[in-house]
Structures are given as C-alpha cells and as structure tokens.
Design a protein around this ligand. Sequence first.
Ligand code: GTP
Ligand code: ZN
Length: 281
Amino acid sequence: MQTGRIIRLLGGFYTVNSEGKIFETRARGNFRKKNVKPLVGDFVDFENDYILAVHDRRNFLVRPAIANIDQVVVVMSSVEPKFNRNLMDRFLVLLEHRHIHGMIYLTKTDLSKLDLSDYESIGYEVFERPADLLYELKDKVTVFMGQTGVGKSTLLNKIAPELKLATGEISIALGRGKHTTRHVELYEVASGRIADTPGFSSLDYEVDNIPELNRCFIDIYEISAACKFRECTHTHEPSCAVKLAVGNGEIIKSRFESFLQLSSEINKTREVYQKNAKKPQ
Ligand SMILES: Nc1nc2c(ncn2[C@@H]2O[C@H](COP(=O)(O)OP(=O)(O)OP(=O)(O)O)[C@@H](O)[C@H]2O)c(=O)[nH]1
Ligand SMILES: [Zn+2]
C-alpha cells in the first residue's frame, strides 16, 4: 500500500502524486456508500490503482471541491464587475466558516484605484501586484475565487504563464465552461500549488447556513466579547459593544451592514426550515 496526494480529478480518475511519482487511480465503490468521496487535495492510501482510504481533512470547500487548502485568494475587481463590499464579505465569511485563511487580490487597479486599507486593519492582506502574491504561494495550496470576469485568468497567467489560461472567454479545455466543471486540478507553480476555478456568481455563495456568523466576522467577533449579553444579536440589545464600535468607526460600517444582511438571511432560512420541520410527514 502507498500514500499520496490527489492532484487531479478528471473523468472519474484521480491522479495521485506519491513522492513525486504519478499514479492514475480510481475510488472504490464503497467510498460513495460511506459518503466520503475523495477530493482533490486529499491525502490517500492506495493500492493497485485503487484508493483505499482518505486521511482526515483539515478543511475543504464544496465549490470548488478541494480539501486541505492552505489559503484562498479572493479576487475582486475594482471596476468591472463593479466592486461590491457585501460580496467580498460573503467570500470572507464563507472562508472563516471553513477555517481557511483568506486574502484579497484587487484587479484592474490601472482603471480605478480603491482603498481597502480598512480590510488590512481587520487582518486581511490586500494585494494588487502579482509579484507580491507570488511570494505568498510558496509551499502552500492556494485556491483562487472570484466572480466571472474579475480577471482571475489574467492574474494567474502573470503568476504562471505556463498555464496559458484563456482570458475573456470560457475555456472548455480547462473545464472552465459552464457544463464542464468536473475537472479539478492543483497546478505546481512558484514552489506551491494553485487551483484555478471557474468564475462564480454571488448566488453560488449562499451563506445562509452558517450557524456561527458572529465568529465568521472576525472584527465583529473580537469586539462582541464586550457586549452585555452573551447571545447579543447587535440589533436591539442595550449595552452592545458592537453597535458602539460601529458608531465610533472602530468597526467598518459596510462590514456591519453585511453582518446584518447575512443575519437576516440566515434567520429567514431557519424560519422556513422550522416551518417545514413542523409539517406532518
Ligand atoms: N484593464 C484591465 N483589464 C483587465 C485586468 N485583468 C483582467 N482584465 C480584463 O478583464 C476581462 C476578464 O478577465 P479574465 O482574466 O478572463 O477573467 P476571469 O476572472 O478569469 O473570468 P472567468 O474565466 O469567467 O472566471 C478580460 O477582458 C481581461 O483582459 C487588469 O488588471 N486591468
Ligand atoms: Zn452586541
């Protein structure tokens, strides 16, 4: 038996890298029954080209389906598609929920400048130059996420020209077309590994199922420790440290707005769920 890491899923075959050697493997049928479908990024035991076991995961994402991610670069455009703080917060919250380190990369700054230093003060690094990002990729597995058209492929081509990703169009060859998302691959670059993923619309990032929203807004979470009530929703309660901090500018106003919007979305989903649960079967 050997151990290795899945670096590609294509046409039902898992490509496994074991000590630099490449193996084409398949997953045994019983994996599906146990509901542990191997993912790209998984460490696995395999024998005779069959995966026998998947090691415990540190984290994973559903879209793209990748496990054991070190960091995600949230790619945001400063102009087209229009920059949207709420959408950026949705990405960041999803990553906190999954315990994955998130960073921000701002594209098209040649067309329009944007100041995101307030996000840096929360703790999210903001990059605008490929060379600066390149340094961060070393020895890490990095996933790039962003809406369609923000310039992910353009950025990746600057970082790794050898990938020759098609820009400004949907590339079928790399499985980036609408109906060909089954191809997931980790590419070796800058002594790290990166995963390119198809563009997402905001709807792909439904965050209405996150029970610990408070924790996922890292800036709000830190300050909420000082709220009078432990279960404070930061809306109507007296002695709310978060509302106070929004008032004096310590918490970014747009972050608080995102928080309130996501809270209400989550509550609505919960209500629907509870209503359905009460219905007789
Ligand atoms: N001016 C300017 N245009 C850019 C920049 N980055 C990307 N673009 C343009 O924006 C358009 C979309 O870029 P892509 O790299 O294809 O976008 P993408 O995020 O990969 O899109 P998907 O493949 O749909 O996920 C192209 O026309 C690029 O030429 C930039 O830094 N400055
Ligand atoms: Zn509060």
